[in-house]
Ligand binder design. Sequence first.
Ligand code: HPA
Length: 261
Amino acid sequence: MRIGLIGGSGLYEIEGLETTKEIAVTTPYGQPSAVYKIGTLGAEEIVFLSRHGTHHSIPPQKINYRANIWGFKHLGIERIISVNAAGGINKNLTPGDIVLLDQIIDMTYGARESTFYDKDKVVHIDFTNPYCSELRDLLINASQAINVPVKTSGAYVCTNGPRLETAEEIRFFSLIGADVVGMTAMPEAALARELEICFSGISVVTNPAAGIFKEKLTVTEVIETMKKSTDRIKSLIKEAVINIPLSRNCPCKDALKDAEL
Ligand code: HPA
């Protein structure tokens, strides 16, 4: 049973993940962000990819999301857990909080290559619920089992970046229902759905978003908070993957059914 793990800012590798092999995948869409590291976490096999490259050299708007997701599919991955750093918009969130995402608002639309179906096929995947509920439930159960508190739902607004937001943009995002803001959840989640891969998003709140509580945001606080949260994230994923059922019982595996014209 193999599961994919995408690490974002501050999470370039998973300590305790015993890498047994590294695989460089070439895709029809170009190069993925890095080599895929195959390893074991506890008894489970994990395939890890660093979203921004091994040395964080790829900015969010330049990430080859299609190559990254296609590479996982090529390696036979049916489920991906994707970790990202995010700014907290919801005032109940504080740095260090872990949010298991259940909704997305996409503000990158049109600015990134966001589909595998832009040539000879017309496909409209259902995206009502962008994240796999089975994977999210597993993570919720894991958090209870090992006593690592998480927020069990949250809406992520994805901006194109690389600049951070204005205070008024964040006020607007708050009004339209966003809980956290980041730059990478899209088109990652939609591309996984297009390849019928279960996809789960975990945000680590690394800072209050612009204009929430304070004046200036720094990249240092993002990376530092993410690093401090790595152990909890790792324990959560380790516990969740132990309980992943062999076969999938969610709609993700049939995403292309009734989606093609
Ligand atoms: N805004 C956008 N992306 C982010 C933030 C933020 O405040 N923090 C971490 N990633």
